[in-house]
Ligand binder design. Structure first.
Ligand code: MG
Length: 373
């Protein structure tokens, strides 16, 4: 890799400094899905500067990613061409080789990559979506929450709030108590009415046979049209089984744990999903998410972006085969809390502002300090 991707030297505008810090924000209520519960969320923030401008990127990952960025990645990209994030990506990938790429390191690289793209857009004085090449002005989202810890009233309040904001699809978590799931899914449908699409996400909690049975129940009794990770996303044959046998009108989706292109290729080769998911803060940043979009285009499938709505709003404005962006309750809340300039919902869509520089995000330093990890 080093022979084919030598560092680009003597750039006119060089990356001067890359720094990282972590913030941990408590949830506003206990949260759980089919396989995990949590009461806080960590965000690792990267700032990359050149010529008096600073780009921002981040990943929702564990705080040690900040140390990894400062110890391994900052030096790898310093003095590289600030207008060539892809070249920096190659150097980061080399720098991390012996640490191991998937997981924490990929999330760290993703955060730096996003910061470098944001920096490039700021240096050029354009919005990130304009830099990437917008193919749409409005990025459709679906509301995502409906945690298994929620009471019926909490779920009603959250889902109906999204519907009132014009969102036309919502997703709830299932899988922690399978015997309760049909009732919870029917409740979600009763809250949102008939005109809104209903998605469910099991986070890999079900067995194949459970998932097959519940796919029928969720479709017939509540009109669910999206079944995410009905079985483990590592079980590609199981996902394919569900895809082939789920009721017509129900999409099978997975991909949020994809860290590299091979992962997505294998998932697509297996015919495992109707809609591929990917997360810009895990999959290698903007540099790689654009590639994942191309993989989807080559298969005639759509891409759905996993969480991190403030970043995805800009990037997904430039991805042709886009289904939607996940407007995840936790992340939408944290992005409003920590940043000025997070894109607001308008008629159920995020509309990245073409008039801002980069993503238009500014860290609220004083507020963020309270959550310093
Ligand atoms: Mg999910």
């Amino acid at each position: 890799m080093s022979a084919t991707h030598p560092p680009i030297a003597a750039a006119a505008v060089q990356v001067e400094r890359v720094s990282a810090r972590a913030f941990t924000v408590p949830t506003d209520a206990p949260e759980a899905d089919g396989t995990l519960s949590w009461q806080e969320t960590s965000l690792v923030l990267v700032e990359a500067s050149a010529a008096g401008h600073t780009g921002i990127g981040y990943s929702y990952t564990a705080p040690p990613a900040a140390a990894l960025i400062e110890s391994k990645l900052a030096d790898a990209v310093r003095e590289l061409d600030a207008l060539a994030p892809q070249a920096a990506w190659q150097q980061m990938r080399i720098a991390i080789r012996n640490v191991g790429y998937p997981g924490l390191a990929a999330s760290a690289i993703s955060a730096v990559d996003v910061a470098l793209w944001d920096l490039k857009a700021r240096l050029l004085g354009v919005s990130l979506s304009s830099l990437l090449g917008r193919v749409r002005e409005r990025v459709p989202v679906y509301g995502s929450g409906g945690f298994t810890t929620y009471s019926a009233e909490q779920m009603r309040s959250q889902l109906s709030g999204w519907v009132q904001e014009g969102i036309t699809a919502v997703k709830i978590k299932v899988g922690s108590e399978p015997q309760r799931d049909p009732e919870r899914v029917r409740h979600a449908r009763s809250v949102i009415g008939e005109g809104v699409r209903l998605f469910v996400d099991a986070n890999g909690a079900y067995t194949r046979k459970q998932a097959l049975r519940l796919a029928e129940v969720f479709a017939q009794e509540a009109g669910a049209s999206w079944f995410e990770e009905p079985v483990s996303s590592d079980d590609l044959e199981g996902l394919r089984l569900l895809r082939d046998r789920a009721p017509a009108g129900m999409d099978i989706a997975a991909g949020e744990y994809g860290y590299d292109l091979y992962y997505f290729r294998h998932m697509l080769d297996a015919g495992a999903v109707d809609v591929l998911q990917a997360d810009v803060t895990r999959c290698g940043g903007i540099t790689r998410l654009l590639d994942v979009g191309a993989l989807c285009a080559a298969r005639g499938l759509l891409l759905s972006a996993h969480t991190s709505p403030a970043i995805h709003a800009h990037v997904c404005a430039a991805i042709g085969p886009l289904a939607h962006v996940e407007y995840f309750h936790d992340h939408a809340r944290i992005e409003r809390l920590l940043f000025e300039g997070a894109p607001a919902l308008r008629d159920g869509c995020l509309c990245p502002d073409a008039g801002v520089a980069g993503m238009g995000l500014t860290l609220r330093e004083e507020e963020a300090e309270r959550y310093s990890a």
